[in-house]
Design a protein around this ligand. Structure first.
Ligand code: AMP
Length: 271
Protein backbone atom coordinates (compact mmCIF):
# COMPACT_ATOMS: atom_id res chain seq x y z
CA UNK A 1 0.00 0.00 0.00
CA UNK A 2 1.26 3.45 -0.91
CA UNK A 3 0.41 6.51 1.20
CA UNK A 4 0.10 9.87 -0.52
CA UNK A 5 -0.66 13.29 0.95
CA UNK A 6 -0.40 15.31 -2.24
CA UNK A 7 -3.61 15.54 -4.34
CA UNK A 8 -1.72 16.00 -7.62
CA UNK A 9 0.49 12.94 -7.14
CA UNK A 10 -2.48 10.90 -5.99
CA UNK A 11 -4.45 11.86 -9.09
CA UNK A 12 -1.49 11.04 -11.36
CA UNK A 13 -1.42 7.49 -9.94
CA UNK A 14 -5.16 7.04 -10.40
CA UNK A 15 -5.06 8.38 -13.96
CA UNK A 16 -2.25 5.93 -14.74
CA UNK A 17 -4.42 3.08 -13.44
CA UNK A 18 -7.38 4.30 -15.45
CA UNK A 19 -5.21 4.46 -18.58
CA UNK A 20 -4.39 0.79 -18.03
CA UNK A 21 -8.13 0.06 -18.02
CA UNK A 22 -8.24 -0.65 -14.28
CA UNK A 23 -11.42 0.11 -12.32
CA UNK A 24 -10.81 2.40 -9.35
CA UNK A 25 -12.81 2.20 -6.11
CA UNK A 26 -12.90 4.83 -3.38
CA UNK A 27 -13.87 4.94 0.31
CA UNK A 28 -13.73 8.42 1.89
CA UNK A 29 -13.39 8.53 5.69
CA UNK A 30 -12.40 10.81 8.56
CA UNK A 31 -10.18 8.13 10.10
CA UNK A 32 -10.13 6.45 13.52
CA UNK A 33 -11.21 3.45 11.51
CA UNK A 34 -13.36 0.60 12.80
CA UNK A 35 -15.10 -2.43 11.34
CA UNK A 36 -17.78 -0.21 9.78
CA UNK A 37 -15.15 1.52 7.67
CA UNK A 38 -13.29 -1.68 6.78
CA UNK A 39 -16.56 -3.31 5.69
CA UNK A 40 -16.87 -0.53 3.09
CA UNK A 41 -13.33 -1.29 1.90
CA UNK A 42 -14.17 -5.00 1.66
CA UNK A 43 -17.27 -4.18 -0.37
CA UNK A 44 -15.40 -1.75 -2.62
CA UNK A 45 -12.62 -4.29 -3.19
CA UNK A 46 -15.16 -6.68 -4.75
CA UNK A 47 -16.10 -4.00 -7.28
CA UNK A 48 -12.77 -2.57 -8.38
CA UNK A 49 -9.18 -3.40 -9.37
CA UNK A 50 -7.50 -0.66 -7.32
CA UNK A 51 -8.80 0.78 -4.05
CA UNK A 52 -8.22 4.32 -2.76
CA UNK A 53 -9.12 5.21 0.84
CA UNK A 54 -8.96 8.79 2.08
CA UNK A 55 -8.56 9.98 5.64
CA UNK A 56 -9.36 13.64 6.10
CA UNK A 57 -11.08 15.30 9.04
CA UNK A 58 -12.94 17.90 7.02
CA UNK A 59 -13.27 21.14 9.04
CA UNK A 60 -15.97 22.42 6.70
CA UNK A 61 -18.55 19.85 7.85
CA UNK A 62 -18.18 20.66 11.57
CA UNK A 63 -20.28 23.44 13.09
CA UNK A 64 -19.13 25.90 15.77
CA UNK A 65 -18.95 24.09 19.12
CA UNK A 66 -18.83 20.65 17.51
CA UNK A 67 -16.01 18.16 18.07
CA UNK A 68 -13.52 19.11 15.30
CA UNK A 69 -10.69 19.86 17.73
CA UNK A 70 -11.04 16.63 19.68
CA UNK A 71 -12.03 14.30 16.83
CA UNK A 72 -10.14 11.06 17.56
CA UNK A 73 -7.14 10.17 15.40
CA UNK A 74 -5.01 7.05 14.98
CA UNK A 75 -2.90 7.40 11.81
CA UNK A 76 -0.79 4.27 12.35
CA UNK A 77 -3.67 2.01 13.32
CA UNK A 78 -5.69 3.37 10.39
CA UNK A 79 -2.91 2.63 7.91
CA UNK A 80 -2.61 -0.95 9.17
CA UNK A 81 -6.38 -1.49 8.80
CA UNK A 82 -6.40 -0.04 5.30
CA UNK A 83 -3.49 -2.27 4.25
CA UNK A 84 -5.27 -5.32 5.67
CA UNK A 85 -8.48 -4.51 3.77
CA UNK A 86 -7.26 -4.22 0.22
CA UNK A 87 -6.35 -0.54 0.07
CA UNK A 88 -3.75 0.18 -2.63
CA UNK A 89 -3.47 3.92 -2.14
CA UNK A 90 -4.12 5.73 1.13
CA UNK A 91 -4.81 9.44 0.66
CA UNK A 92 -3.99 11.52 3.73
CA UNK A 93 -4.16 15.15 2.62
CA UNK A 94 -3.11 17.79 5.12
CA UNK A 95 -4.15 20.97 3.36
CA UNK A 96 -6.81 19.61 1.06
CA UNK A 97 -8.35 22.91 -0.02
CA UNK A 98 -6.38 25.46 -2.05
CA UNK A 99 -5.87 28.66 -0.04
CA UNK A 100 -8.37 30.66 -2.05
CA UNK A 101 -10.86 27.82 -2.36
CA UNK A 102 -14.20 29.48 -2.98
CA UNK A 103 -16.62 26.86 -4.32
CA UNK A 104 -19.49 25.35 -2.35
CA UNK A 105 -21.76 22.50 -3.39
CA UNK A 106 -25.20 23.06 -1.88
CA UNK A 107 -28.18 20.75 -2.29
CA UNK A 108 -31.70 21.88 -1.52
CA UNK A 109 -34.59 19.79 -0.25
CA UNK A 110 -33.00 16.58 0.90
CA UNK A 111 -30.55 18.44 3.16
CA UNK A 112 -33.25 20.56 4.82
CA UNK A 113 -34.42 17.84 7.20
CA UNK A 114 -33.03 15.51 9.88
CA UNK A 115 -29.27 16.10 10.38
CA UNK A 116 -29.36 18.94 7.85
CA UNK A 117 -31.87 20.87 9.96
CA UNK A 118 -29.98 20.24 13.22
CA UNK A 119 -26.45 20.83 11.92
CA UNK A 120 -26.59 23.96 9.74
CA UNK A 121 -23.88 23.89 7.08
CA UNK A 122 -22.99 20.26 7.75
CA UNK A 123 -24.13 18.81 4.45
CA UNK A 124 -22.71 21.75 2.54
CA UNK A 125 -19.36 20.77 4.04
CA UNK A 126 -19.92 17.12 3.17
CA UNK A 127 -20.99 17.65 -0.43
CA UNK A 128 -18.24 20.19 -1.03
CA UNK A 129 -15.48 17.93 0.27
CA UNK A 130 -16.85 14.84 -1.45
CA UNK A 131 -17.18 16.70 -4.76
CA UNK A 132 -13.57 17.82 -4.48
CA UNK A 133 -12.44 14.34 -3.40
CA UNK A 134 -14.25 12.89 -6.42
CA UNK A 135 -12.50 15.45 -8.62
CA UNK A 136 -9.08 14.53 -7.24
CA UNK A 137 -9.56 10.77 -6.93
CA UNK A 138 -11.57 10.21 -10.14
CA UNK A 139 -13.06 6.91 -8.96
CA UNK A 140 -15.33 4.64 -10.98
CA UNK A 141 -17.13 3.54 -7.83
CA UNK A 142 -17.38 5.02 -4.31
CA UNK A 143 -18.78 3.40 -1.18
CA UNK A 144 -20.61 5.14 1.68
CA UNK A 145 -22.12 3.55 4.78
CA UNK A 146 -25.83 3.31 5.58
CA UNK A 147 -24.81 4.35 9.10
CA UNK A 148 -25.01 7.93 7.75
CA UNK A 149 -28.21 7.22 5.89
CA UNK A 150 -29.05 10.80 4.96
CA UNK A 151 -25.47 11.43 3.85
CA UNK A 152 -25.67 8.44 1.48
CA UNK A 153 -28.92 9.80 0.01
CA UNK A 154 -27.41 13.28 -0.34
CA UNK A 155 -24.32 11.94 -2.14
CA UNK A 156 -26.48 9.88 -4.50
CA UNK A 157 -28.50 12.99 -5.29
CA UNK A 158 -25.40 15.14 -5.87
CA UNK A 159 -23.88 12.56 -8.21
CA UNK A 160 -27.14 12.32 -10.15
CA UNK A 161 -27.73 16.08 -10.27
CA UNK A 162 -24.17 16.88 -11.38
CA UNK A 163 -24.00 13.87 -13.73
CA UNK A 164 -20.79 12.64 -12.13
CA UNK A 165 -19.80 9.35 -13.81
CA UNK A 166 -19.39 7.56 -10.48
CA UNK A 167 -21.31 4.55 -9.19
CA UNK A 168 -22.37 5.04 -5.56
CA UNK A 169 -22.71 1.94 -3.40
CA UNK A 170 -24.24 1.81 0.08
CA UNK A 171 -22.63 -0.48 2.65
CA UNK A 172 -24.75 -1.94 5.44
CA UNK A 173 -24.57 -0.45 8.93
CA UNK A 174 -22.11 -2.44 11.07
CA UNK A 175 -22.86 -2.84 14.79
CA UNK A 176 -20.81 -3.79 17.81
CA UNK A 177 -21.48 -7.19 19.46
CA UNK A 178 -24.18 -5.62 21.63
CA UNK A 179 -25.92 -3.73 18.82
CA UNK A 180 -24.40 -0.27 19.20
CA UNK A 181 -23.78 1.21 15.74
CA UNK A 182 -20.01 1.47 15.32
CA UNK A 183 -18.88 5.08 15.25
CA UNK A 184 -15.60 6.90 15.82
CA UNK A 185 -17.58 9.05 18.29
CA UNK A 186 -18.38 6.07 20.56
CA UNK A 187 -14.92 6.70 22.01
CA UNK A 188 -16.32 9.78 23.76
CA UNK A 189 -18.87 7.74 25.76
CA UNK A 190 -18.42 6.94 29.45
CA UNK A 191 -19.23 3.33 30.38
CA UNK A 192 -22.60 4.41 31.76
CA UNK A 193 -23.49 6.45 28.67
CA UNK A 194 -22.35 3.65 26.37
CA UNK A 195 -24.87 1.41 28.13
CA UNK A 196 -27.61 4.01 27.68
CA UNK A 197 -26.59 4.43 24.03
CA UNK A 198 -27.73 0.85 23.44
CA UNK A 199 -31.28 2.19 23.68
CA UNK A 200 -30.86 3.84 20.26
CA UNK A 201 -30.84 0.56 18.35
CA UNK A 202 -33.24 -1.03 20.85
CA UNK A 203 -35.75 1.76 20.19
CA UNK A 204 -35.42 1.35 16.42
CA UNK A 205 -35.80 -2.43 16.57
CA UNK A 206 -38.78 -2.11 18.92
CA UNK A 207 -40.41 0.07 16.26
CA UNK A 208 -39.46 -2.41 13.57
CA UNK A 209 -41.19 -5.35 15.27
CA UNK A 210 -44.28 -3.46 16.48
CA UNK A 211 -47.33 -4.78 14.68
CA UNK A 212 -49.33 -1.56 14.98
CA UNK A 213 -48.15 0.39 11.91
CA UNK A 214 -49.55 3.76 12.95
CA UNK A 215 -46.69 6.27 12.57
CA UNK A 216 -47.40 8.30 15.73
CA UNK A 217 -47.75 5.19 17.85
CA UNK A 218 -44.56 3.73 16.39
CA UNK A 219 -42.71 6.92 17.31
CA UNK A 220 -44.13 6.63 20.84
CA UNK A 221 -42.76 3.07 21.04
CA UNK A 222 -39.31 4.36 20.11
CA UNK A 223 -39.42 7.33 22.49
CA UNK A 224 -40.44 5.05 25.37
CA UNK A 225 -37.34 2.88 24.87
CA UNK A 226 -34.82 5.72 24.43
CA UNK A 227 -32.80 6.56 27.53
CA UNK A 228 -30.78 9.59 26.40
CA UNK A 229 -30.15 13.13 27.57
CA UNK A 230 -31.84 14.67 24.55
CA UNK A 231 -33.54 13.29 21.46
CA UNK A 232 -32.34 15.43 18.56
CA UNK A 233 -34.83 13.72 16.25
CA UNK A 234 -36.69 10.47 15.87
CA UNK A 235 -38.44 10.21 12.52
CA UNK A 236 -39.99 7.75 10.13
CA UNK A 237 -39.21 8.69 6.55
CA UNK A 238 -39.59 7.48 2.97
CA UNK A 239 -36.57 5.29 2.21
CA UNK A 240 -35.46 7.25 -0.84
CA UNK A 241 -36.84 10.82 -0.61
CA UNK A 242 -36.38 11.00 3.20
CA UNK A 243 -39.73 12.83 3.39
CA UNK A 244 -41.47 12.22 6.74
CA UNK A 245 -44.28 9.66 6.47
CA UNK A 246 -47.69 10.10 8.03
CA UNK A 247 -48.84 6.61 7.03
CA UNK A 248 -46.77 3.50 6.47
CA UNK A 249 -47.78 3.11 2.83
CA UNK A 250 -44.25 3.02 1.37
CA UNK A 251 -40.86 1.48 2.21
CA UNK A 252 -39.89 3.30 5.39
CA UNK A 253 -36.85 3.88 7.53
CA UNK A 254 -36.64 5.05 11.14
CA UNK A 255 -33.79 7.43 11.91
CA UNK A 256 -32.67 8.68 15.29
CA UNK A 257 -30.15 11.23 16.53
CA UNK A 258 -29.64 11.69 20.25
CA UNK A 259 -27.27 13.24 22.74
CA UNK A 260 -25.62 11.40 25.62
CA UNK A 261 -23.83 14.17 27.46
CA UNK A 262 -22.12 16.15 24.72
CA UNK A 263 -21.88 13.17 22.38
CA UNK A 264 -24.33 13.07 19.51
CA UNK A 265 -25.03 9.62 18.08
CA UNK A 266 -27.11 8.57 15.09
CA UNK A 267 -28.63 5.26 14.05
CA UNK A 268 -31.25 3.99 11.63
CA UNK A 269 -33.09 0.85 10.64
CA UNK A 270 -35.41 -0.29 7.86
CA UNK A 271 -38.94 -0.66 9.20
P1 AMP B 1 -16.66 8.83 8.86
O1 AMP B 1 -15.24 8.43 9.06
O2 AMP B 1 -17.47 8.83 10.11
O3 AMP B 1 -16.80 10.08 8.03
O4 AMP B 1 -17.31 7.66 7.98
C1 AMP B 1 -16.74 7.31 6.74
C2 AMP B 1 -17.67 6.33 6.07
O5 AMP B 1 -17.84 5.18 6.88
C3 AMP B 1 -19.07 6.91 5.82
O6 AMP B 1 -19.53 6.48 4.56
C4 AMP B 1 -19.86 6.29 6.95
O7 AMP B 1 -21.23 6.15 6.63
C5 AMP B 1 -19.21 4.94 7.06
N1 AMP B 1 -19.46 4.33 8.37
C6 AMP B 1 -19.21 4.86 9.58
N2 AMP B 1 -19.64 4.02 10.56
C7 AMP B 1 -20.19 2.95 9.94
C8 AMP B 1 -20.83 1.76 10.40
N3 AMP B 1 -21.00 1.50 11.70
N4 AMP B 1 -21.29 0.89 9.47
C9 AMP B 1 -21.13 1.15 8.14
N5 AMP B 1 -20.54 2.25 7.66
C10 AMP B 1 -20.08 3.15 8.54
Amino acid sequence: MRTEADPGRLQAQVLAWRAEGLRVGFVPTMGFLHAGHTSLMDLAATRCDRLVVSIFVNPMQFGPGEDLDVYPRDPQGDAAKCAAHGCDLLFTPEAFYPQDFSTRVILGGITDRLCGARRPGHFEGVTTVVARLFGVVQPHVAVFGEKDYQQLAVIRRMVRDLAMPIEILGGELIRDHDGLALSSRNKYLSAANRERALTLHRALYAMRVTEDRNVERLLDVGRDVLDVDRIDYLEIVDTSSLEPLTTMDRPARALVAAFLGKTRLIDNVAL
